[in-house]
Design a protein around this ligand. Structure first.
Ligand SMILES: [Zn+2]
Ligand SMILES: [Zn+2]
Length: 357
């Protein structure tokens, strides 16, 4: 699975890697690509979900569904004859605990979540936010972000990287901490407890990467093409962890090779700053997501045509998913993989949470 458009760089965020203060809950804005105007909500089978409005409660159980939409300045949720209106809708299990529920944009998408739900308004749109346990968020993102068939040790490395990002880079959006797209980390629903993603998360529970005592805003991409890039090479000014260029043997031998032919005008950003992620994204915003698949390429100008010959996909900074999968396949454990792609960092357990390497 290629994540070549992972534009999670914001230089400011890299300067604000959190110290050792760890919150156990992550607020994820979900369905962010759908801009929903209507949401349907139901408890999981044999579970109950309590929706709170001002002074009114609705209890969803036995398959009962509530449908919510904007109404005047409020949000209205309707379940059969019962109607509830409030500026902010909150839903949780009985006793305010985390609960399993299904949320859907009717006719478009439905996903199962575990946590507490909040629905806010943004103009005519509804903004659903799931407050979920950090480990639930990590397992969900590992399941969504990892290439199919990746070995367990590669998934464990991914889990540590994903967790470090969630711990250190909060408040990336005005109304919630993280979105559910590759802008932050791709996240779908909670994976099955027996799945490799859930197992990798469980086996690294609480473990994060530290650099000079601070949790690292750890980055990753699909395939570095043969060597990873420093932040400066990728077009950013490092304020915390600078990232290092490390050799990636698996990508050297088997990364996907590609050629892109662009007009001089379209190629101007990458001609000015070859290998820069902002330049690549600028071109891709105009020409399409895969116009320039990655940052590892050579440039040749032939008349009015600019030819980029490259390997790999994505920004190429931090963990290389293709490399990690291959190294895990040849016997590397997750801590060795992490030490390779993040030189100078250490693995640490969050205080009060059991790390179980
Ligand atoms: Zn985001
Ligand atoms: Zn690589």
């Amino acid at each position: 699975m290629k994540r070549s458009l992972r534009n999670l760089f914001l230089p400011a965020l890299l300067a604000t890697a959190a110290s050792a203060s760890f919150a156990a809950t992550v607020r994820v804005g979900v369905f962010t690509l759908f801009h929903p105007r209507k949401l349907a909500l139901a408890a999981a089978p044999d579970r109950a979900l309590v929706i709170e409005g001002e002074k009114v409660q609705l209890v969803l159980e036995d398959g009962r569904v509530a449908v919510c939409h904007a109404a005047g300045r409020l949000i209205e949720c309707r379940a059969g004859e019962r109607v509830l209106r409030a500026a902010v809708i909150r839903a949780a299990g009985r006793g305010q605990g985390d609960e399993d529920f299904t949320l859907s944009v009717p006719g478009k998408i439905a996903r199962n979540y575990h946590g507490k739900l909040e629905i806010l308004r943004d103009g005519a749109e509804l903004v659903p936010i799931v407050a979920m346990d950090l480990e639930t968020a990590v397992a969900s993102a590992v399941a969504a972000e990892s290439p199919p068939g990746a070995p367990l040790e590669a998934l464990k490395a991914q889990a540590v990287v994903t967790r470090s990002f969630y711990v250190s880079a909060r408040n990336r959006h005005p109304l919630f901490d993280f979105c559910d797209t590759t802008h932050c980390q791709f996240l779908r629903q909670v994976p099955d407890a027996q799945s490799p993603a859930a197992q990798a998360t469980h086996e690294t529970r609480g473990l994060v990467l530290l650099y000079r005592g601070k949790v690292l805003t750890a980055l990753y991409s699909a395939s570095c093409g043969g060597r990873t890039r420093t932040l400066r090479e990728a077009g950013f000014s490092p304020a915390g962890y600078p990232y290092f260029s490390v050799r990636c043997e698996p990508c050297l031998h088997s990364a996907h090779k590609w050629t892109a032919k662009l007009s001089a005008e379209d190629a101007a950003p990458v001609l000015a700053h070859p290998g820069s992620e902002p330049a690549r994204l600028q071109v891709n915003r105009k020409l399409g997501r895969q116009a320039i698949p990655g940052n590892n390429y050579s440039v040749k100008v032939e008349g009015s045509t600019v030819i980029l010959r490259g390997r790999g996909a994505g920004h190429g900074v931090g963990l290389c998913q293709m490399g990690a999968a291959s190294l895990a396949g040849s016997g590397w454990d997750f801590s060795r993989i992490l030490a390779h792609y993040f030189p100078g960092t250490t693995l640490a357990s969050q205080p009060g949470r059991s790390g179980r390497p």
